[in-house]
Design a protein around this ligand. Structure first.
Ligand code: OFO
Length: 170
């Protein structure tokens, strides 16, 4: 059985995962109307779907453990970006924020001696390591490319192959 403290904290993480999904959905929609970056667009759509899976996983966990997952209201994400580089920078910053939030949850689970939740959260800890690393790699590549259009063409060609297949939908 979940304590009220843990339930509230997990529900807050449901909101954060949902807002992550919305943030990347907004990036995808913005990217979709930019010319010639179809794979970058797919990357953002896919990332948005993954975040939704992360949210659902927590919802099921809360409910399976005798709590109640309350579907939250969401704030509107950033809709447009000055450049593709800016969008990927925002993605990295967001992933770092999510990692911090997961770390706080892990801390809380230990304080509350909720070892089942602690164990459940390890999947998210590993996931955040992968996602942060991926976001850093992509930002580094964009840094190298600078303003070179040919480089961006190649980045778009390769972006889906560097995506970590992490079994998020399992
Ligand atoms: Fe939910 O995995 Fe990143 O944010």
């Amino acid at each position: 059985m979940l304590s009220k403290t843990i339930q509230d904290a997990l529900n807050d993480q449901v909101r954060i995962e949902a807002e992550s999904s919305q943030a990347y959905l907004a990036m995808a929609s913005w990217a979709e109307i930019q010319p010639g970056i179809n794979n970058i667009t797919s990357f953002f759509y896919r990332h948005s779907d993954e975040e939704r899976m992360h949210m659902l996983k927590i919802i099921h966990f809360i409910n399976d453990r005798g709590g109640f997952a309350a579907v939250p209201a969401l704030k509107q994400p950033q809709l447009t970006f000055p450049s593709i580089k800016h969008a990927f920078k925002a993605l990295l910053a967001h992933e770092i924020f999510v990692s911090e939030s997961i770390n706080k949850l892990v801390d809380l689970a230990l304080q509350e001696k909720d070892y089942a939740t602690h164990n459940f959260l390890q999947w998210y800890v590993a996931e955040q390591i992968e996602e942060e690393a991926l976001a850093r790699t992509l930002n580094d590549k964009l840094e190298l490319i600078g303003d070179d259009k040919g480089g961006l063409y190649l980045f778009d060609r390769d972006v889906l192959t560097v995506t970590v297949t992490n079994g998020a939908a399992e």
